[in-house]
Design a protein around this ligand. Structure first.
Ligand code: NAI
Length: 342
């Protein structure tokens, strides 16, 4: 309930109040892959975010210059810069405290997230290597799929560079929570703004596990409802991939979700005490799975606490057992790639 709001806009009457507000700490945020389907609307939302002072946009596509020029005309105080190609990664990343990474190819109909592995693994490795060099203390938020593998890849790169801090590496699974909240609110006729469904596990197929039994406000589901909602949340990405018919995957809802995640992170960094989000992080919550998505508390250094899973019902326990081999294999695939890149 403490959210500043990604949609916060200055109103004329608010000018006086704003002047008396405490000075906000300088926060330089980078978006890597800023010219893409997610990168563009995410950059717009960050340009509107009161926690951000500088926005550094990077892409291999020169279009990022145009995106930055365009955004720079919005009369919000955030300073926007554009950086093209690997030679400009240093200028982009220097001084960054938060780096959000939506770079990478998206799915087409018939593809799983794992089908993206070969291309996106290399992109993440390259970008995180640069982060380790130019902003080793920054918090990294990885959107690039398959998240279940790209986050372990990033951890290995950071370890090799001697700057791995597990509190500062997060796979972005916020979209799964956003979808779960929306679908449950619609199914149960609840206020969209009030519903909160934790989603745990990973970010692909059956590794996405919404804990419907822990929905706030408390609601009950029939077996059929529970099964249908869980499947829809797991396959929601594919719904969008098919509707876009070859032109990409979720971009706008993803940008919305990533902006929420970034805002919660920035507020946590500023000392806001009650910032919680689900994210795919290094974890010992589930034995044998070195990374796992669950609710985390965000603090001055990123992840302050990884919460336990709470009470699971029988349906959720079975889904958890079913996902674990797949999740572990995808984590191991990432680690193996990073240790022995092609
Ligand atoms: P897109 O193709 O529209 O944009 C990707 C951008 O990345 C392009 O501008 C491209 O030039 C850039 N890029 C490629 N290689 C790069 C490199 N080495 N360095 C910097 N930039 C580079 O794709 P879209 O739709 O924005 O998706 C991006 C990624 O996000 C995909 O991997 C997709 O699977 C993933 N995604 C993740 C979600 C999640 O919930 N975590 C949800 C939706 C998509």
């Amino acid at each position: 309930g403490q959210r500043v709001g990604v949609h916060a806009v200055a109103r004329p009457g608010a000018a006086k109040a704003r002047r008396t507000m405490p000075v906000v700490e300088a926060k330089r945020v980078a978006v890597l892959g800023a010219a893409g389907g997610i990168g563009q609307p995410l950059s717009l939302l960050l340009k509107m975010n009161k926690c951000v002072t500088e926005l550094a946009l990077f892409d291999v596509a020169p279009l990022v210059k145009g995106v930055a020029a365009d955004l720079s005309h919005c009369n919000t105080p955030v300073q926007v810069s554009a950086h093209v190609g690997d030679a400009e990664l240093e200028a982009c990343l220097k001084g960054c405290e938060l780096v959000v990474i939506p770079a990478g190819v998206p799915r087409k109909p018939g593809m799983t997230r794992d089908d993206l592995f070969n291309i996106n693994a290399g992109i993440v490795m390259n970008l995180v290597t640069a982060c380790a060099k130019y902003c080793p203390n920054a918090i990294l938020e990885i959107i690039c799929n398959p998240v279940n593998s790209t986050v372990p890849i990033a951890s290995e790169v950071l370890k090799a560079a001697g700057c791995y801090d597990p509190r500062k590496l997060l796979g972005v699974t916020t979209l799964d929570v956003v979808r779960a909240n929306t679908f449950v609110a619609q199914a149960k006729g609840l206020d969209l703004k009030e519903v909160d469904v934790p989603v745990i596990g990973g970010h692909a197929g059956i590794t996405i596990l919404p804990l419907l039994s822990q929905t706030v406000p408390s609601v009950t589901f029939s077996d059929a409802e529970r099964k249908a909602l869980t499947s829809r949340i797991q396959d929601a990405g594919t719904e969008v991939v098919e509707a876009k018919a070859g032109a990409g995957s979720a971009t706008l809802s993803m940008a919305y979700a990533a902006a929420r995640m970034a805002e919660s992170t920035l507020l946590g960094m500023q000392g806001e005490p009650n910032m919680f989000e689900c994210a795919f992080v290094q974890s010992d919550v589930v034995p044998g799975s070195p990374f796992f998505a669950s609710r985390v508390q965000l603090g001055p250094e990123g992840v302050a606490k990884v919460n336990g899973l709470g009470q699971l019902n029988e349906f959720e326990k079975a889904a958890m057992e079913a996902m674990l081999p797949e999740l572990k294999a995808q984590i191991e695939k990432g680690i193996a790639f990073a240790k022995n890149p092609p």
